[in-house]
Design a protein around this ligand. Sequence first.
Ligand code: ADP
Ligand code: MG
Length: 242
Amino acid sequence: MVLKTKRAQENGENKLTVAAILKEAKAGKRKVLTEFESKQVLADIGMPVTVQELATTKDECVAAANKIGYPVVMKLMAEDIVHKSDAGAVVLNVKDKAAVEATFTKLMAIQSKSKKQVSVQEMAPKPITEIIIGLTTDPQFGPALMFGIGGILVEIMKDVSFRIAPITDFDADEMVHEIKGFPLLNGYRGSPKADLTAIKALLMKVSQFAIDYPDVDQMDLNPVFVYEKGVKIVDARIILRD
Ligand code: ADP
Ligand code: MG
């Protein structure tokens, strides 16, 4: 099975939009796609990402924010900025036109040798918890999937599960259940239960993505916001093979 892009489903084509984005990056000898490009690829194959618009001027940012609705999140997209928060390139909860304009100026002042653009995004509601889904390439076994709960559980406790792609429904279920942090998804101390079905569906889609697009070497969905109903990819990074 090949994941069809939304546009491809509409015109009966296959893998077209994603392939075009990947090809363009390759032609420009770029290995790392920006968050915006990565989420565009994922949206096209039907993964739930935050609504986003790419802007290069103050006016475009304001227009994008009006279209998306306040508050918005603004992030600087530049190829050489990988850890955006560390560089001050993520501004949450931008509430009105004046704030959009001030944030644009602030983001554009960040040092970068690359082309700078601004991603204006919907501000996703507070999740039950943040999860991380990763894709790496094992030299022996090929694409491997990683799953964990965002923040210290992954960074310090290394509380993650791994499977070689392609995974089955059963594998996805095990991946979610076997981490120590599972209770955080399952209504720990009266907090609402996360949509496990949506999490598993996303894991399966990432697995299929890895099989369909062997040009992809790594991918990080970090974080994915998890809700009682549904999930939303808030940050993504795709790295292509040499
Ligand atoms: P970094 O490159 O530093 O990982 P992120 O894009 O992940 O930057 O943003 C940092 C944090 O800001 C995220 O972990 C998330 O908690 C929050 N965040 C980012 N984008 C959004 C958004 N669109 N809506 C709500 N929160 C967001
Ligand atoms: Mg991130």
